[in-house]
Write a protein that binds this ligand. Structure first.
Ligand code: GDP
Length: 516
């Protein structure tokens, strides 16, 4: 939840001025000490103070080398990545690393229980995403519990021999990216479904690009292996060309042949999901402060506003007060993904909640408040912050964002691009030229190269990765342009390859400009 700066200063026993100094170092904007800051920033400040207490590592230095500082990162990641740094700082200054520091989350990490993985299924149209989800739902969900009525709530829980797996049941990368575009991460693992008779298709590449941009581990399910014309080997070879090397070819990509029709291989797939989850060491504290993300919201004619929320940390209880954006509500009733009434829900549980007055959008973050008064305060605080930000927006335009300030480690810069062209030939020609433009200190990352006009999905991907969309002989539709405008994404169209390349040169130069 958001915290006022002076409250935090008081809680941590430091001067307000000191707090503002740290915030300046982090590049976080505020209006006064009564402005509120994000929870993730709070964690970061605590880490900086802890590191300073250990050995006087200046706040600035720590901020500059902390990639987890972006306020959009999940708190769990902040914890994992910043904790060793505090210890590092201690080691550098000669102080013995303290194992049981109260402020260092690393010591408590081990006691936080594991949670079930949340999985999303992506891939090209007709490659079998829906069929695979249906098969898993049919065989792994105890629908009897809820009288056999399985209603779509946006996610479901599958029970496997290795434990629970939660599936987001809106297949496709649109849902995934919409959630990510709001700064939330819901999926822990992405299943890329590729039909064995069709191999890699444009949306397969998109799905892969989206999973890579989100740094979500991928498992490839080669589907439809029951078909006589199935050619799983070709799929594997094609993947290799994207630098995704299957395990059996010496790489680290897990590839599982399956059939959503006969069920062949589905058990293996589920096992690999559990295995990947184990490696990822997914944990969440059921006793911690609640936080969650909206999976979907809708209005039901009888029930009213219904929202499916994924619990990420803590536990939800009926009658809790929740805040989403600038709205709050009290949980009147909760049902699990089987439609069964429940009184509480812990981490990695999708729950359908009755009690919001407005329909929340997927990807919005949900927090809880102690009571109605506190909920109102949070909402009022957010409205204040929004107004401040609206006021500041024009002034800020053109200035570097927090992400820029805290950008990649070292001096290597990355220019993220999404490339759209009219033919495969032009895509390849442009990629060939771009590859030669790379320098030791500038990496050109073509996140996605596709044929045809840019899509809304491209814009969302670009906005989360701060990429520029370059079009050659194709133009964005009005709708896509509008989304790009609101997201602050640049779409540039060219009819001459060398003009496009000039633009890339400009982007390379722009990125070479010293950050202060
Ligand atoms: P989606 O667009 O990716 O969700 O694909 P669907 O699940 O709708 O599947 C597209 C078509 O492929 C449907 O006609 C399915 O019946 C068929 N299909 C899906 N999986 C399999 C499979 O494993 N084997 C065969 N033979 N057909 C499949």
């Amino acid at each position: 939840s958001k915290v006022r700066i002076y409250t935090l200063a008081k809680d941590l026993g430091v001067e307000n001025a000191k707090m503002l100094e740290i915030l300046d170092g982090l590049g976080v904007s505020y209006k006064s000490v009564s402005s509120t800051i994000e929870e993730d920033t709070v964690e970061l400040i605590k880490d900086i103070l802890a590191a300073e207490a250990e050995g006087g590592a200046p706040a600035q230095a720590d901020a500059d080398t902390t990639p987890a500082a972006a306020p959009t990162e999940a708190p769990a990641q902040t914890t994992v990545q910043t904790a060793p740094q505090a210890t590092e700082a201690a080691a550098q200054t000669g102080a013995a690393p303290v194992a049981d520091q109260t402020e260092a989350p690393v010591s408590t990490e081990k006691e936080i229980p594991h949670r079930a993985p949340v999985v999303t299924i992506m891939g090209h149209v007709d490659h079998g995403k829906t069929s695979l989800l249906d098969y898993i739902r049919k065989t792994k969900v105890a629908a009897k519990e809820a009288g056999g009525i399985t209603q779509h709530v946006g996610a479901f829980e599958a029970k496997t021999s290795k434990g629970k797996i939660v599936f987001i049941d809106t297949p496709g990368h649109e849902a995934f990216t919409t959630i990510r575009a709001r700064g939330a991460n819901v999926a822990d693992i992405a299943i890329i479904v590729i039909a064995a008779d069709d191999s890699l298709m444009p949306q397969t590449r998109e799905a892969i690009a989206h999973a890579q941009a989100a740094k979500v581990p991928m498992i490839v399910a080669i589907n439809k292996v029951d078909l006589p014309q199935a050619d799983p080997e070709r799929v594997k070879t094609d993947l290799t060309q994207l630098n995704l090397v299957p395990e059996e070819y010496g790489g680290d990509l897990v590839v599982v042949p399956v059939s959503a029709k006969t069920g062949e291989g589905v058990e293996d797939l589920l096992e690999y999901i559990s295995l990947t989850a184990e490696i990822e060491d997914l944990r969440a504290d059921p006793k911690g402060e609640f936080s969650g993300v909206v999976i979907e919201g809708k209005v039901d004619k009888q029930a009213g506003v219904l929202a499916t929320v994924m619990v990420q940390e803590g536990t939800l209880h009926v009658s809790d007060f929740l805040v989403v954006g600038e709205n709050y509500g009290k949980i009147k009733a909760m049902t699990d993904s089987n439609g069964a009434r429940i009184k509480e829900a812990g981490p990695s549980t999708p729950v359908q909640i009755l009690g919001f007055s407005e329909v929340p959008s997927s990807g919005e973050k949900v927090i809880s408040a102690k009571n109605e008064h506190a909920a109102r305060e949070v909402v009022a605080g957010r409205a204040d912050v929004r107004r401040d930000e609206e006021d500041a927006r024009d002034r800020r335009k053109g200035q570097r964002s927090l992400e820029d300030l805290l950008g990649p480690l070292g001096t290597v810069r990355t220019v993220n691009l999404i490339l759209r062209a009219d033919t495969q030939g032009s895509v390849e020609a442009i990629q060939g030229i771009l590859a030669r433009k790379e320098k030791d200190d500038v990496k050109i990352n073509v996140m996605l190269a596709g044929i045809g006009a840019p899509t809304e999905g491209d814009v969302l991907l670009a906005s989360t990765a701060e990429a520029t969309i370059l079009c050659f002989s194709v133009t964005a539709s009005g709708g896509v342009k509008k989304v790009a405008d609101t997201k602050g994404v640049d779409i540039k169209s060219f009819r001459i390859i060398y003009e496009l390349i000039d633009e890339v040169d400009r982007l390379i130069k722009g990125n070479l400009e010293p950050v202060f």
